[in-house]
Design a protein around this ligand. Structure first.
Ligand code: CS2
Length: 495
């Protein structure tokens, strides 16, 4: 039994109730081999769990988990020796204490320690979950006007951005004759490794063209696809965990039982034996990441915006809504699936069935508001590529435009009720929304001028027309108006 008021940490680990799964390896015998940028809940519920499975046989791959800005995760988990609880929400809830994180750092206040880790020869892999916006990308690769990039290029030895840190670490290693690390993006971006590589090369080129050439020839940037639904931690979870552990855990994480990690097997300085933890090593990442972005993340965003307009709270609530759920299923099967070139042996129907079942899981309280964050970063990679492909193939795009219009209506509504958007483009989105008149063409033209979101499509007359029509179809965006638009959009579906 643990003492009331005690905190989860190395010394309380042995006293946890027997049902709690915990590390089977000697934590003191592990060494940091991975620096992970972006120590949020997704990393801790996903990658860190795979690594936890491997540390008994591969003790050289423990993780130094780095937050770029906020010190919250470090402050919560450092007193816990990096330990935290993973709650798997299935038919039965299971609790497991994860020990893979050997160190927590915050780059903003411990930059030197982060740079020292990045320079260390023992570190052979740098992984990232910094979300779409963390890559500071514009329409053509790295956004050189992004304030973090401007800052980092002016002071490359004191970087704040993920790209700046990755390149600063490589620069130190090159200067000291230390072999480079592999840089593995684990974010929801199509061709995540390719984009990160191009951004790193563009950035390095500005600092030192020789460095850029070295990175180009020596550093591997494998692509990857990650998948596991991870609702944000709330107090209810903290309380459940404390009751079961018999001690407090300041920041447990939760996720569904399903998890997938597909990684391109291209590493330049060794790798953990990932396949032994259930990671798929594949050469066809493009097929996997496209299928996931288009068939899981795009419907998620559709549920988030259209569901929020219908005053629904969670994904499971949205999947019980009699017009929204069939609309999203039609979108997946009729409009999106034909644009996804699936990898060999991939059964798209079964994949869609499984995603719908995951969305319906009533045990998971996945807030639509969480998915609605960062729409300006998500809409292009989740929906606009599908629309571009449908246009190129002369397929209809009317239904595909509804979630995009739903996002814009949601932005307008948040501006009207005075709720701040969580989005790096919040300022321009909110000022555009505040000027919205309700006149579809005028409003759409104003939003389409936001190049960072719409640049590749805003000149396409069919898209402009279909988006304006979808925006108009949503009427005053009340729940009844949205339901009416979805019903009309379903007519004739299944062709
Ligand atoms: C979601 C994703 O928040 C979101 O935007 O669509 O985080 C989603 O839950 C994961 O990608 C599932 O793997």
């Amino acid at each position: 039994m643990t003492v009331p008021g005690a905190r989860l940490c190395n010394t309380t680990l042995d006293a946890l109730p027997p049902a709690i799964v915990r590390p089977t390896y000697d934590r003191a015998g592990t060494r940091i081999g991975i620096v992970h940028l972006g120590a949020g809940a997704f990393h801790r519920a996903h990658q860190a769990v795979y690594i936890d499975d491997l540390l008994a046989e591969a003790p050289d791959w423990a993780i130094s988990a780095v937050s770029l800005r906020s010190s919250d995760v470090r402050d919560a988990l450092r007193p816990q020796d990096g330990l935290y609880t993973l709650v798997r929400i299935g038919e039965q809830e299971t609790l497991r204490v994860i020990g893979a994180i050997g160190e927590l750092l915050c780059a903003r206040d411990e930059r030197d320690a982060v740079l020292a880790r990045l320079a260390s020869a023992q570190v052979r892999l740098v992984t990232l979950t910094v979300t779409e916006k963390g890559y500071c990308l514009g329409a053509d690769g790295l956004d050189f006007d992004h304030p973090d990039i401007v800052h980092d290029l002016a002071a490359p030895d004191a970087p704040a951005s993920a790209i700046g840190l990755v390149v600063a670490g490589l620069r130190q290693r090159r200067a000291r004759g230390v072999a480079p690390y592999t840089v593995l993006s684990c974010d929801n971006l199509a061709d995540n490794g390719g984009r990160l590589r191009r951004a790193a090369l563009q950035y390095a080129q500005r600092i030192d063209p020789e460095l850029a050439r070295w990175i180009e020839s020596e550093v591997a940037f494998p692509r990857s696809m990650v998948d596991s639904i991870t609702p944000a931690t709330d107090d209810a979870l903290r309380e459940r965990v404390a009751a079961q552990l018999g001690c407090t855990d300041a920041w447990p994480v939760q996720r569904e039982p399903y998890t997938q990690w597909v990684v391109e097997d291209r590493f330049c300085n060794g790798r953990p034996p990932l396949e032994r933890a259930g990671v798929t090593l594949s050469d066809d990442i493009a097929g996997h990441d496209r299928a996931k972005l288009r068939l899981l993340n795009a419907p998620h965003s559709a549920l988030a915006y259209l569901g929020a307009l219908m005053h629904l709270a969670t994904v499971a609530d949205a999947m019980r809504q009699p017009t929204l759920a069939p609309f999203v299923e039609t979108l997946m099967r009729v409009d999106i699936a034909p644009t996804v070139a699936v990898p060999a042996g991939f059964d798209a129907d079964a994949y869609i069935d499984a995603i719908l079942a995951r969305f319906r899981n009533p045990a998971i309280r996945h807030l639509l508001a969480q998915i609605a964050w960062d729409g300006s970063q998500k809409i292009p990679v989740r929906l606009l590529g599908t629309i571009a492909d449908a246009l190129a193939a002369a397929r209809p795009i009317e239904r595909l435009c509804l979630p995009v219009a739903g996002w814009l209506r949601y932005v307008v509504r948040q501006a009207q009720v005075g709720v701040a958007l969580v989005d790096p483009l919040a300022a321009v989105l909110t000022s555009t929304a505040a000027a919205a008149s309700g006149h579809a063409h005028r409003d759409i033209d104003a939003f389409l001028a936001i190049d960072a979101v719409f640049a590749p499509l805003s000149g396409d007359a069919r898209f402009v027309e279909a988006l304006a029509a979808a925006y108009a179809a949503l009427g005053n965006a009340s729940p009844a108006a949205v339901a009416g638009a979805l019903e009309r959009a379903m007519q004739g579906a299944g062709r």
